[in-house]
Structure formats: structure tokens, C-alpha cells
Design a protein around this ligand. Structure first.
Ligand code: AMP
Ligand code: MG
Length: 427
């Protein structure tokens, strides 16, 4: 597959690769970046650089699940309302305190939720099922009901034995991971450093954000959209600039970037077959290896990528929606794999189309969509204008709807797969 591009003589004669082939080609070249240590409170959203095993069983002592009394169930074998057991309370066991005594026949200990169940006891009977008596200066608990051994006692290792693999390298740290790390005593966590991703925008029409609009020119929205996508994927964007469609200048900048310490370079614009499509020219002439310059998909079929030494260079389309989709399908998995994640192609959801989709296409289409559930089923519908130049509809998309090649279009109710856009959404 690596040699696919060798057959491509110029930018007008391109052979399309499938999305899956192109992604496999890219991911086969990505090794994780180095690990760094961060405070646990700063680890949210980062990816673990090392797997985590328990060093002790969880829990590591027999723990009471109730406020009540630790008892020997053998003392309650014959109790009933008319013949309750009366057990002597020999100790109070709050949380965090080791019991001093073993419970002997006829004895019980007052215990709180989370307290350590004393030796000799094999159940905790909840407070509400008991009656407390004082008799000759001694505290007595009266119990009218039997309980089974083990009731309200969490055994040692119920959740995990010592040495259990509880977190794997590459997992993204959420609140649940944080709880596990904290309970295992990790105040510092080894995570992958954030990959540095350079963003270079090309296009003579591009204005800076603060520039007033001029006829025929537009502000550079892609660079900022990509920065947001890079951050959501766990990377650090470096907006290295925007340049006109000037080949020599682009070439100089790209070689400088390739030799710099960034982990990845993403360009927008100029990958198509137009007269000023300088990125397409660069990918034909450069010293690196162009992996693909056409993908069987819409939008973004001229999406291009190559490698120079061990660094990947992406040429995304300038059309905002094509740029967005190209990032989600190809750049996001690379940024995630740079942080030890394993790309999971099965992360799609089966939905029914909520409306007709009557566009005919020879290539699969990745349509910006909105998916939701109603009456126990998942539905998806396109949002806004389905044009690769559209900007306004992007913010409402929570998925990409995958429309397979079709000569007739799809009808409402037909089954489609969607790719959720978890990280890209604002909420
Ligand atoms: P290109 O990929 O260079 O052929 O550009 C396709 C379309 O995307 C053109 O209409 C460009 O003006 C537009 N475009 C290119 N770069 C950007 C950018 N950075 N932000 C917004 N639109 C862009
Ligand atoms: Mg252009």
C-alpha cells in the first residue's frame, strides 16, 4: 500500500484510497510521544502513559456497608420476635479505627458504615432492625431477626484482588479514573505529553481576524477551528501562520516546520487541482513520502498526507467543512495515537435517517449531522446546508452521518452509521 502514490504521475491523475485504507496507512506510522509526570488534579483529559495495577486488594479490610452492629450470625440462629437475642456491646467502631477486640459468643460491636468489621463477626445487622437497652451499666442490643452470614460485610478484594490491572496505558483520564488513581495513592500521574501540532494556513485570500473584510477575501477561520479540534483531541496547537499561494514561501516554511520539534503538521488549502494549489505541488515534489492524495469520500476528497522521516504532514482542504471532516477522520486518530490511544473503528452508532437524503454519490459522504434518541431508537439528520463550504452548520453537528455510495439517495427510516463527534462539540 505504501507504494500506491508511486503510480501517481501528477496532481490531476489521482487514485482514490478508502478512508479505512488511508487511516491504516497513517496509524501504522505513529508511535506515542514521551511521558511526563503531572499532578493528579492536572491529569483530567490526559492519557495514561503506564498501566496501573492494584498493590492491595480493594477493599483491603472487611468493611461494614451499614450503620449497625457487627454480630456472629451463629448467635442469631434461633431468634424470633418472641425470643430475641440480647448481645453485649463490647466496643464502638467508628470509621478509620481498627477494632480492639474479637467478637466472642454473645457479643456485638457498634459499627459505622465504612468501619472495619472485627474478627469473630460475620455480619452487620442494620441499626433500624435492633433495639438498644441499658442493663446494669452494660449496653445490650436486642435483635429479633436472623441475618445470613456476610450480610452488609464487603469482603476483602470484593472489587479487585492485589495485582489487578485496573487502568491501561492510553486510557483518557476522566473523573472515574481520577477516583481510582487517588484511591491507589497516585498524587502524580505519568501521562503522555501533549503532541505539538503546527497549523499552517495557505491561501492568498486569507485575512487576519482583526483585518476588515476586503472584496474577494475571507478571514482565516480554519486555523482557529483546527486549533479547537486539536485541543479537544489532547494536542497543543501552534498557529504558525498564514501564507499566500506562493510556492517558494510555502516550501521554505514547510521544511523549517518539518525540521522543528513539532510532532505533526497540518496545512489547510491548496491541495486540489487548481492553478494555485501549491500544497498539491509540494506533495508531488518534496523529499518526503506522499502516502495518499485522494480519498474516496465527500467532502474532502483531495485530502493529502505524507511522511518526512518520522513526521506526518497533512494537507487538508481549505473548504471549512471538508477541513473539519478531514481532521476528524484522519488527524484526530493520529493525535490520539500519539498519546497511546488505540483507534477504535467500531465507535460508530447505528441510526435511522430521520429525513430523506437524496444526493447521489459515487463516494461515501460524511455529512454533518445531529443524532438523537426517540422512542427507544436512534435517529440522525443532516444539519444546515450540506455544502463543503458551509460554516454555520458546523456548530450544530454532533455526528458525521456516513452515507454509503448510492445511485438513488437514501429514504427516511433507512439505517445508517454515524460517527459521534464527542470531542468536537462545545458541550
Ligand atoms: P482550497 O482548498 O485552497 O481550494 O480552498 C477551498 C475553499 O476554502 C476556498 O473557497 C477558500 O477560500 C476556502 N478557504 C481556504 N482556506 C481557508 C481558511 N483558512 N479558512 C476559511 N476558508 C478557507
Ligand atoms: Mg486555495
Amino acid at each position: 500500500m505504501d507504494t500506491a502514490i508511486d503510480r501517481i504521475p501528477n496532481k490531476y491523475d489521482r487514485r482514490a484510497m478508502t478512508v479505512e485504507q488511508a487511516r491504516a496507512l497513517l496509524l501504522g506510522r505513529v508511535q506515542p510521544v514521551q511521558a511526563v509526570e503531572v499532578d493528579l488534579v492536572d491529569a483530567l483529559g490526559r492519557r495514561l502513559a503506564a498501566s496501573v495495577r492494584t498493590e492491595e486488594p480493594i477493599p483491603h479490610f472487611r468493611r461494614s456497608g451499614m450503620d449497625g452492629y457487627a454480630v456472629r450470625t451463629s448467635d442469631l440462629a434461633n431468634v424470633r420476635a418472641a425470643a430475641p437475642a440480647e448481645l453485649e456491646i463490647i466496643e464502638q467502631i467508628p470509621c478509620g479505627v481498627e477494632p480492639q477486640y474479637k467478637i466472642a459468643k454473645g457479643q456485638a460491636a457498634r459499627i459505622m458504615t465504612g468501619g472495619m468489621v472485627p474478627e469473630g463477626a460475620d455480619a452487620v445487622i442494620m441499626q433500624e432492625m435492633t433495639e438498644l437497652l441499658e442493663s446494669e451499666g452494660r449496653s445490650i442490643v436486642r435483635i429479633q431477626k436472623k441475618v445470613a452470614p456476610g450480610t452488609n460485610v464487603t469482603p476483602i478484594g470484593e472489587e479487585a484482588d492485589e495485582g489487578t490491572l485496573v487502568l491501561e496505558a492510553g486510557e483518557r483520564i476522566g473523573a472515574g479514573h481520577t477516583a481510582i488513581l487517588a484511591s491507589l495513592g497516585y498524587s502524580r500521574v505519568s501521562v503522555y505529553r501533549r503532541p505539538k501540532v503546527a497549523v499552517l494556513s495557505t491561501g492568498t485570500e486569507l485575512l487576519q481576524l482583526s483585518d476588515p473584510l476586503q472584496m474577494g477575501k475571507i478571514r482565516n477561520s480554519n486555523a482557529y477551528m483546527l486549533a479547537a479540534q486539536i485541543i479537544a483531541a489532547g494536542g497543543t496547537p501552534q498557529l504558525v501562520g498564514q501564507i499566500p499561494d506562493d510556492y517558494a514561501r510555502a516550501e521554505r516554511m514547510l521544511y523549517d516546520l518539518l525540521a522543528s520539534d513539532v510532532d505533526l503538521i497540518v496545512t489547510t488549502g491548496g491541495v486540489s487541482v487548481g492553478d494555485y494549489d501549491i500544497m498539491a505541488d509540494f506533495f508531488l515534489r518534496w523529499e518526503g513520502k506522499t502516502l495518499f492524495n485522494k480519498i474516496a469520500m465527500r467532502p474532502g476528497s483531495p485530502t493529502t498526507a505524507g511522511s518526512w522521516r518520522d513526521k506526518l504532514l497533512f494537507g487538508l482542504s481549505g473548504n471549512p467543512s471538508a477541513c473539519f471532516v478531514g481532521f476528524e477522520l484522519f488527524v484526530r486518530p493520529v493525535i490520539q495515537q500519539l498519546q497511546g490511544a488505540v483507534f477504535n473503528p467500531a465507535k460508530t452508532v447505528t441510526c435511522r435517517l430521520a429525513v430523506d437524503y437524496k444526493k447521489v454519490n459515487a463516494y461515501p459522504r460524511y455529512v454533518r449531522g445531529y443524532w438523537y434518541s426517540a422512542e427507544g431508537e436512534h435517529y440522525a439528520k443532516p444539519v444546515g446546508r450540506d455544502k463543503s463550504s458551509a460554516i454555520l452548520s458546523l456548530k450544530d453537528a454532533n455526528c458525521l452521518i456516513v452515507i454509503p455510495p448510492t445511485k438513488t439517495g437514501l429514504s427516511s427510516g433507512e439505517i445508517v452509521q454515524i460517527i459521534p463527534l464527542d470531542g468536537a462539540m462545545s458541550t
